[in-house]
Ligand binder design. Structure first.
Ligand code: SF4
Length: 298
């Protein structure tokens, strides 16, 4: 069997260069700036003039770092991971477990790109893990930090930890700078996505972006199994991934840690199926399905 995330592992061991070191970061910065005003970084395509201080649906005017630290709780191949949590998100998930930062774009602090690069340089992580909320709204800032890292000749893998609701144009900016997509694929249909995360065209957008991501680099895909969503979400997601993403570019983490949180606790009558934890038998069913599909499981 092929070694998964092979290219990423080569970077971690210093036998290959992280992609951003060779990328045209100036050109990508210009493009990211264009895409942020009017904003079309994510498929909400709000058109907000973010450079003029306006905000769109995510509420993010400029990057605010909620926290950054060496994360030891990620998948084994990623730790220790220097994880950068941005405030704000392009989604509004009713069950979000990070809702205090994802739904509060004012959480956190502004941090100069050079200051964050300093922390990454001193931190000792084996990768930089851009997350939130979701990192998409902060693409221009992230490229500025990468430029600082490049100027220090820091060979460190770049992990894009995202709901994958970016536009195709934003995916184009990421092409050549991301080493691993730590992607989230939650819903097997648009109805659940609209009801639980408030987004349209979910399956079309997120499946398209997984295809694009697989054309760029390797993917470590996360799927959170949710109670009552195995038939409508878990099975279709896993089936689609197995049929459409080359197996040698993919690892899959089928996750069992769902617990009721955020709006699910406040409006229980609206989310009756999500008001409990997953039963062991439900997780086993999901995991076995993924195994039978031949997916490489974390
Ligand atoms: S990133 Fe934010 S402002 Fe830009 S299109 Fe998406 S939701 Fe709107």
């Amino acid at each position: 069997m092929a070694i998964r995330l092979e290219r990423y592992r080569e970077i971690v061991h210093g036998r290959a260069g992280a992609r951003f070191l060779e990328a045209d970061l100036e050109g990508k910065l210009l493009r990211a700036g264009e895409l942020s005003s009017p904003c079309r970084l994510c498929e909400r395509r709000c058109g907000a003039d973010r450079r003029g201080g306006k905000t769109g649906s995510c509420g993010v005017p400029g990057a605010r770092v909620s926290s950054e630290f060496l994360h030891y709780g990620e998948e084994p191949e990623l730790v220790p991971s220097h994880t950068i949590f941005f405030a704000g998100c392009t989604f509004k998930c009713a069950f979000c477990q990070n809702w205090d930062i994802s739904q509060d774009p004012a959480a956190g602090i502004e941090m100069a790109p050079a200051s964050l690069a300093d922390r990454i340089e001193r931190g000792g992580g084996i990768n930089v893990n851009w997350v939130g909320g979701d990192p998409t709204s902060n693409l221009e800032y992230i490229l500025r930090v990468m430029r600082e890292l490049r100027d220090r000749d820091m060979n460190i893998a770049q992990v894009w930890n995202s709901n994958m609701y970016l536009t195709e144009e934003a995916m184009g900016v990421l092409d050549g700078v991301v080493d691993v997509y730590l992607s989230d694929f939650k819903y097997g249909n648009d109805r659940c996505a609209r009801r639980l995360s408030g987004v349209d065209r979910y399956f079309e957008v997120v499946s398209r972006n997984h295809r694009l991501a697989a054309g760029q680099c390797e993917i470590l895909l996360r799927h959170l199994v949710m109670p009552g969503h195995i038939e409508c979400c878990t099975r279709p997601v896993l089936d689609w991934v197995a049929a459409n993403i080359p197996n040698d570019r993919l690892r899959v983490n089928v996750m069992d840690q769902y617990h009721p949180d955020h709006m699910v606790l406040r409006e229980k009558e609206k989310y009756p199926e999500l008001c409990r934890r997953l039963r062991p038998q439900e997780f086993l069913e999901a995991y076995e399905h993924a195994r039978r599909l031949g997916l490489d499981l974390v």
